[in-house]
Write a protein that binds this ligand. Structure first.
Ligand SMILES: Cc1cc2nc3c(=O)[nH]c(=O)nc-3n(C[C@H](O)[C@H](O)[C@H](O)COP(=O)(O)OP(=O)(O)OC[C@H]3O[C@@H](n4cnc5c(N)ncnc54)[C@H](O)[C@@H]3O)c2cc1C
Length: 400
């Protein structure tokens, strides 16, 4: 059984309290009853608290996790444009000490748009006693989008299952670590001032509390990874006398693409300066909304065209849409159509076939809305909205 949210329609009277408190626009009232979009719902529970009629319930699964499969101490090393943050090595030095007590390996995890080459990484990390370095490169990480970093780190953590995961308590660590903790379903002790390993190998997370009058020692033996963030400059950086030449370095390319919520999409679309919309010739347009076969019919195409008009965008189409007679050939983008280079291209139900990409891949920002997460267009999109395009359009229109 997985986590679930349900509306008891007998109890729901459509009062809209839940709609008002939902930050994710996941709830709509249909026929006087609340309906929750599970693709948008994060199970935050705000609607449960707001409902005066106990009509919404969340059931959490009581999954038993096999903690014995979690091994090693991991440190997330801050890496910006291929430069490593020096204070990360203080945390690494502490992790190496803890690893000796707990008899664990130490892995440094780096994530960023660029990383140093593996020889250079090996040379640097061999001085600190790290056993492994895993560097994940994704070009989309040029901009600091917290969700992207959290998603990529969480994926790696869920696959590799470290027992202990440490972050620096910097702006990066403070924003990313709690998001990772939520995704990997564990807790985190923030801003620790010391770390120890107890007799059972648990991470003892030490931090001041009650205004600094008490030092709390926190252990989390029933969850893994055991996570903590530590303020910079609490520990001392220590290099080994003899370098560890056996350090294994793995540099991985990662093709994760930003997943965009409808709210974020709305915000991006609102930031774009208006064009003359449908009047602008396609090859000069700043904003292009392109309808793919996913629009399903002539009416679907007309709906996207009307939406484009409302947003000051120029409408375009894929060859499939033109071949179905829903759009004119002059609106076709691609190898046998027009090539465009707008500020923003938004594909509505476009799969991203190579013949189409040839005509639009130079767009400055590419937003793709497609209900198939494996659609090829997501490989080149800057922002990916995995959803039904009609839902997206209706939701954007309904957000004031
Ligand atoms: C020689 C040659 C030249 C060509 N030239 C061009 C060209 O110039 N331009 C061009 O575009 N194509 C061209 N093509 C065709 C091209 O290969 C593709 O067939 C075409 O681009 C696919 O169009 P599409 O993405 O609209 O349709 P599909 O590939 O059928 O994709 C439809 C997408 O919509 C999604 N979808 C369905 N329903 C929904 C929904 N409700 N919400 C969200 N998503 C939904 C589906 O998941 C799917 O990914 C050419 C082909 C050849 C052989």
């Amino acid at each position: 059984m997985s986590d679930n949210i349900k509306v008891n329609i007998e109890k729901c009277n459509g009062c809209r309290r839940c709609v008002k408190v939902c930050n994710y626009n996941a709830i709509t009232i249909v026929n006087g009853k609340a309906v929750i979009d599970l693709n948008l719902c994060t199970l935050c529970g705000a609607c449960v608290d707001a409902c005066k009629f106990n009509a919404i319930t969340i059931t959490k699964s009581a999954k038993k996790v096999d903690l014995s499969s979690y091994k090693g101490i991991w440190i997330v090393v801050e890496n910006f444009d291929g430069e490593l943050k020096n204070t990360s090595f203080q945390l690494i030095s502490k992790a190496v000490q803890l690893a000796k007590v707990g008899k664990e390996d130490v892995t440094a995890l780096l994530v960023g748009n660029k990383v140093m080459d593996s020889e250079k990484l090996k040379e640097i990390f061999s001085e600190y006693g790290v056993n492994k370095v895993i560097a994940i490169v994704n070009e989309a990480l040029t901009r600091f989008n917290t969700e992207d970093f959290a998603e990529i780190i969480s994926d790696e953590i869920m696959q590799s299952k470290p027992k202990i995961l440490l972050f620096l308590g910097t702006i990066f660590g403070r924003t990313i670590a709690p998001r990772v903790a939520t995704r990997v379903k564990t807790g985190i002790t923030a801003d620790c001032t010391d770390l120890q390993i107890d007799k059972k190998g648990n991470l003892v997370q030490i931090r001041p509390t009650y205004g600094g009058r008490v030092l709390a020692k926190i252990i989390t033996p029933f969850n893994c990874p055991q996570m903590a963030s530590v303020r910079p400059n609490v520990f001392v950086e220590e290099k080994l006398i003899t370098k560890n030449k056996d350090v294994q370095v793995t540099v991985k390319k990662n093709d994760y693409r930003s997943k965009f919520t409808i709210m974020e999409l709305k915000r991006v679309l609102q930031q774009i300066p208006w064009d003359r919309g449908l009047e602008t010739p396609l090859d000069e347009a700043k904003i292009v909304y392109c309808a793919g076969l996913g629009v399903g019919s002539k009416e679907g195409f007309e709906m996207i065209k009307e939406f484009a008009q409302q947003c000051g965008a120029t409408i375009a189409a894929t060859r499939e849409v033109v071949d179905h007679g829903w759009a004119d050939f002059s609106q076709q983008i691609g190898q046998t159509g027009i090539s465009i280079r707008p500020e923003i291209y938004v594909g509505f139900g476009v799969s991203g076939a190579i013949h189409h990409l040839i005509g639009m891949r130079n767009s400055r920002k590419i937003i793709a809305i497609n209900k198939d997460p494996r659609a090829p267009i997501f490989k080149i999109a800057d922002y990916c909205v995995i959803a039904d395009l009609f839902d997206v359009v209706n939701k954007i229109k309904s957000i004031p």
